[in-house]
Design a binder for this molecule. Structure first.
Ligand code: GLN
Length: 198
């Protein structure tokens, strides 16, 4: 958009639920675009890594030679929001992943795949979130369990004392799918971080 000085936010679109994140970001008035290549990564100020299947996304990051450039951007402070599989990819350690699955190490948490709410596979909850003045409706689908949280990590929300939303500097993660409800305040919280570091 001519004269637009706002950030461009990418959504990793190798696999998974990228479309709804793009819609939410667009509805919030942000320039949002799909990221599948290093050139597309270079053109964004921040990145959303959606839910989906983290083992497949990891493999596609490697196949498309995007893993190392993405890790470099994250190391140099690019804001990122990772939801569900995205949380798994951004973690420091992945438990029950593929043996060759490398973590991006952008937030100091260890996560175990498919370990949260195993009995019910998928569930919904209204969550108090630090920074939001009323509970957020959260949809969990085969969610990862956060098994360790480093000292530098802020826990923004919990379910039964387990962290389900965390932040470390410009990196936010949730084990739920904020794009699946009509409540877009988690994306807004993330965009506030993006604006703050620009
Ligand atoms: N279970 C998936 C994984 O391990 C994550 C599920 C999701 O993103 N909804 O990648």
């Amino acid at each position: 958009m001519p004269g637009d000085v706002g950030p461009t936010v990418g959504v990793l679109a190798l696999q998974g639920a990228s479309g709804l994140h793009l819609e939410v970001l667009t509805r919030l008035g942000v320039a949002a675009r799909e990221v599948r290549t290093t050139a597309e990564l270079d053109a964004v100020d921040a990145l959303v890594i959606p839910g989906g299947e983290s083992t497949t996304m990891s493999r596609l990051l490697e196949v498309n030679q995007l893993f190392d450039p993405l890790r470099e951007r994250l190391d140099s402070g690019m804001p990122a929001l990772g939801t569900c599989a995205g949380m798994i990819l951004l973690a420091s350690a992945i438990l029950d992943g593929r043996p060759d699955q490398r973590p991006l190490g952008a937030i100091d948490i260890d996560v175990r795949r498919n370990a949260f709410g195993r009995q019910i596979d998928s569930f919904e909850a209204d969550l108090p979130v630090v920074g939001l003045d009323s509970p957020l409706h959260a949809v969990f689908i085969r969610a990862p369990l956060v098994e360790r949280v480093g000292d530098a990590v802020e826990v923004l929300a919990t379910v039964e004392d387990r962290p389900v939303c965390c932040r470390q500097g410009p990196v936010m993660v949730s084990s739920f799918h904020p794009e699946l409800s009509d409540d877009h305040r988690l994306h807004e919280l993330f965009l506030a971080t993006v604006a703050a570091v620009r």
